[in-house]
Unconditional design. Structure first.
Length: 122
């Protein structure tokens, strides 16, 4: 999978339902690739680390733009302005990928990379 997918790619993925409902993204939605486990060795399963996106914007995203960076419509093939939910990093089975939408430019991906460094303490 790592040879087919790159950091900053926007993929359409399927996320399962969660309990309790309402706090984690579910269903078919775009996500940004932020991790490729295959780069560190041979994983047991083909997985990707992704950040789900939402088109819902609120005071929560405006108060903390570093944690919720905005991606303009057209960035990476996104049809609408989207918010990257950096507090919802996920590992997904590569089989949950429905399609490839596009790739973020280095400039578009940079705020996500910088915030993840802070979140993970790198």
């Amino acid at each position: 999978m790592a040879d087919l997918v790159s950091f900053g790619d926007i993929l359409l993925i399927m996320l399962p339902t969660h309990a309790p409902p309402g706090h984690e993204q579910e269903g078919v939605r775009p996500a940004v690739v932020v991790g490729l486990p295959e780069r560190a060795g041979q994983p047991r399963f083909s997985t990707l680390l992704v950040i789900p996106l939402t088109t819902q914007e609120g005071t929560w995203s405006k108060k903390t733009p570093r944690l919720y960076p905005r991606l303009r419509a057209g960035a990476g093939g996104l049809p609408r302005l989207s918010i990257a939910l950096l507090d919802q990093v996920r590992s997904i089975d590569a089989r949950k990928v429905s399609s490839y939408l596009g790739s973020l430019t280095g400039k578009e991906f940079q705020p996500i990379k910088e915030a993840l460094k802070q979140i993970f303490g790198f």
